[in-house]
Design a protein around this ligand. Structure first.
Ligand code: NI
Length: 139
């Protein structure tokens, strides 16, 4: 198990009171877990900025499958970057609309590039990239 360091934080009372209300609503048991999560998020976000960190991400795409050439273009982008694509799950939302959840793994800069290429395809109604971390360097 890794060593633990305790440290004090000084904040205005009203900030702490608001913070405590929020963490109570979010079902956290104590401040340490929340502050730890915030610090880990901060570390991961800083790693993304370098673009070199190996990350895992999900790209959500919502589109009308009747749109001309749309499926072909989505497939083309994925085949162009096949070694970064972990999986592609397709959900038929209704008669017209589909959701693709594409899991990608690789350098953060490449993941963002692939997401931009997919989301910018004409006919995509909604597109969003969510990047996570592989968690390897986090305790
Ligand atoms: Ni469908």
């Amino acid at each position: 198990m890794s060593k633990v360091l305790r440290f004090g934080v000084s904040l205005p009372l009203e900030v702490v009171m608001k913070f405590d209300r929020i963490i109570k609503n979010k079902k956290y048991e104590n401040r340490s877990k929340v502050i730890g999560d915030l610090i880990r998020n901060f570390i991961v976000e800083e790693q993304w900025k370098t673009g070199n960190a190996i990350s895992i991400g999900t790209i959500n795409l919502v589109y009308d499958h009747h749109k001309r050439d749309l499926l072909k273009k989505i497939n083309e982008v994925q085949h162009n970057f096949y070694n970064y694509i972990v999986s592609d799950t397709h959900v038929h939302l209704d008669h017209d609309n589909c959701l693709d959840v594409i899991i990608v793994k690789g350098k953060t800069s490449k993941i963002k590039d692939i997401a931009d290429k997919l989301i910018s395809i004409k006919g995509i109604k909604f597109g969003k990239l969510s990047i996570a971390t592989k968690g390897k360097d986090l305790k």
